[in-house]
Design a protein. Structure first.
Length: 248
């Protein structure tokens, strides 16, 4: 299974406004709408990191090419942000949709399975013992990039790429907790009907781990020795009836 890690940064909307305070800005006051400023991506388990910004000619075509090859995409809030922004760019560039892929949104796992003080990637990475996001100059960095300042673009590149390199170890750390992960078994060939693979990582290094008894008929439970994911077999385990003794 080909899994792509993805993170994008978007530009600021340029608008006309009378007030400097929080106010509704009608669409007709937008001078320049928000666009995908840059993106970084890499294949899971591969060292090569892809990066493009809107100064590159293949800024949109390259990420479309990568998504089209992906079976699944790992991101952090990407289902509601990154993927939708990229879909808009594909539409505006009169491109076809990339081939369907499964979303592995780590933010959804963090929100659903844990109670961190903050669910932001910056906090979660540090809490789990990693370097965390690169600190930047805030909105001024985005302004400088949109004004074409070379030093700002280099700073943005480093910031964007760090998010990707931090996302990969976070994914492996959260893997046993992800509940809606695409099933690796669909991509792994098994030689024997009794062979079993981990649905999360594709490993065959699994062990029996008791019985699942949440239904009337129990199922065999397993545990992956490589990623630690709990697994459940598909075949019902029949309880052997105890022999009865008749009174003489």
């Amino acid at each position: 299974m080909k899994i792509l890690l993805l993170d994008i940064e978007t530009s600021l909307n340029k608008c006309w406004t009378f007030s400097l305070f929080k106010a509704y800005i009608p669409p007709k006051q937008i001078i320049e709408p928000q666009r995908v400023l840059c993106w970084a991506a890499k294949w899971l388990g591969d060292d090569t990191v892809f990066y493009r910004n809107w100064n590159h000619k293949d800024h949109i075509t390259k990420i479309h090419e990568l998504l089209d090859k992906a079976d699944a995409v790992i991101h952090f809030n990407g289902k509601a942000f990154d993927v939708q922004h990229l879909n808009r760019e594909f539409l505006l560039n009169e491109m076809e949709p990339p081939s369907p892929f499964s979303d592995i949104d780590l933010l959804q796992t963090v929100r659903k399975r844990f109670k961190f003080p903050s669910n932001k990637l910056e906090w979660v990475t540090v809490e789990l013992g990693y370097e965390g996001k690169i600190q930047n100059r805030g909105v001024q960095l985005w302004i400088d990039c949109q004004e074409g300042k070379r030093a700002a673009w280099q700073e943005m590149k480093e910031y964007n790429i760090r998010d990707i390199t931090e996302l990969e170890p976070i994914y492996y750390r959260l893997l046993p907790w992800i509940q809606s992960h695409p099933n690796y078994g669909h991509w792994v060939e098994v030689c024997d009907q009794d062979d079993r693979v981990c649905s999360k990582c594709g490993s065959t290094n699994i062990r029996k781990n008791g019985l699942e008894r949440r239904t009337l008929v129990p199922y065999q439970r397993y545990r992956c020795k490589d990623c630690g994911s709990p697994l459940k077999g598909r075949i019902k385990v029949c309880n052997t009836p105890k022999p009865t003794t008749r009174a003489a």
